[in-house]
Design a protein around this ligand. Structure first.
Ligand code: GTR
Length: 401
């Protein structure tokens, strides 16, 4: 076992050039150009050659290796038949992934609709902060951390409206998979690289671990008769918006993606003018959150043009599934115009595989949803999830899910 693992790590490294030896590429790389320089001219070549190649590149140079799937053991710990004023069945389920602790997945399904489409949401707060419902357990907190306030974000998340419109909603705290702090992440990530105390260049980073965790939640949700297994969308905000995109890029079972204000390392370009960046830069994010990414990614801080891809190719990995990027006018840090440009750059891939992409040349005025297969929404205000966001996301899902 040990020698096999060690060997696969060595192969992983041997297959890729170290960042310093990669050729410089100014401007966004062509997503339809294979690593050997040839062009992707058909859907077959895209799915059979370019998708696996791009996934490997993202694993090696940005997010770290995608962990192997693991069996999912679920235990329902809370069940409330008449939740949300009698509209829904609410369950909290402990999902054991063989990690330090189980993941608490809150699953709310509408009683008036069988086989409902579902939003799987990644969140960095507790489930109990999203709903004023005493049935949702308040998790234990680490010493020194504040107690999560019950229902503090209920107005922002519009769960009642989502259920009333016929959708199921499932949500988990990504920190249950890997804690979102330097020490906790360092310890937990060792689960996927047990042989060394120091993370190797392409060892799994936290965003990748969260994406993998989302796929395990999907494994479970697909077993529930109340939910349509083929119509499960993934949604995440900010750091979880980055993870949601990674999850969909690596797991084609997600039917639709909503990346809310995901910014750098998500839907915003890594390549920016170094003397005039429009949003958060690689150096800033790697400095502040080194555990989110593979160690190799840090090497690109001062040599971004050597990155063999950019974030439009993460979006393109979701093709032909609908992707909605959701932004806010006062959230310059997440680079709303850069995100729009990434949709443009992903568009040729969508045209090739589905004949549809982004149906807009310019960014829309705030408050107006571009509901094309590559979709975009920007609303007034700051970095947060609002009821206004959910209203647009539900309209988008009504069209595509
Ligand atoms: C910021 C970070 C962003 C974004 C955000 C969040 O501090 O720089 O990339 O992820 O946190 O997740 O709230």
């Amino acid at each position: 076992m040990i020698s096999l693992l060690a060997a696969s790590t060595l192969v992983g490294i041997a297959n890729f050039l170290p960042p310093i030896l990669l050729p410089e590429k100014r401007g966004f790389p062509d997503p339809l150009e294979l690593a050997d320089g040839s062009s992707v001219t058909s859907r077959e070549v895209w799915f059979n050659q370019r998708v696996p190649e791009l996934r490997k590149l993202f694993e090696n140079y940005e997010y770290g290796r995608y962990p192997a799937p693991t069996p999912v053991h679920a235990t329902v710990v809370t069940r409330e038949e008449n939740a949300l004023g009698g509209q829904a069945l609410l369950r909290e389920v402990q999902i054991d992934l063989g990690l330090e602790r189980p993941v608490s997945l809150l699953v709310i399904t509408p009683v008036h609709r069988a086989h409902a489409p579902c939003f799987l949401c990644l969140n960095y707060r507790s489930n109990s902060s999203l709903l004023q419902d005493a049935a949702v357990p308040i998790p234990e907190t680490a010493p020194g951390e504040p107690l999560p306030m019950r229902g503090a974000y209920e107005a922002n998340w519009s769960m009642s409206t989502t259920i009333a419109r016929g959708y199921a909603i499932a949500v988990f705290c990504t920190g249950d998979v890997v804690p979102d702090n330097a020490d906790g992440a360092k310890q937990m990530l060792r689960h996927w690289h047990p042989l060394t105390s120091i993370r190797g260049g392409n060892d799994t980073g936290t965003l990748m671990a969260w994406a993998w965790g989302a796929s395990r939640m999907l494994d479970y949700l697909q077993t529930l008769p109340e939910i349509d297994p083929k119509r499960i969308a993934i949604m995440g905000h900010s750091r979880d918006g980055k993870a949601a995109l990674v999850a969909a890029a690596f797991d084609s079972r997600f039917a639709l993606v909503i990346a809310s204000q995901s910014g750098c390392g998500g839907a915003a370009p890594s390549r920016q003018e170094s003397n005039h960046p429009l949003g958060e830069t690689l150096a800033q994010i790697n400095d502040k959150f080194p555990w989110w990414f593979a160690i190799n990614f840090h090497s690109f801080n001062q040599q971004i043009d050597r990155l063999p891809f950019d974030q439009h190719e993460l979006i393109a990995l979701c093709a032909p599934r609908p992707v909605l990027l959701s932004c806010a006018t006062e959230d310059a840090w997440s680079n709303p115009s850069g995100q729009f440009s990434m949709l443009h750059e992903a568009d040729p891939v969508y045209r090739l595989v589905s004949a549809e992409g982004l149906e807009a040349e310019e960014m829309p005025p705030s408050g107006q949803l571009i509901a094309s297969r590559l979709g975009y929404f920007i609303r007034p205000g700051k970095h947060s999830v609002l009821a206004q966001d959910w209203a647009a996301w539900l309209d988008y899902a009504d069209k595509w899910l």
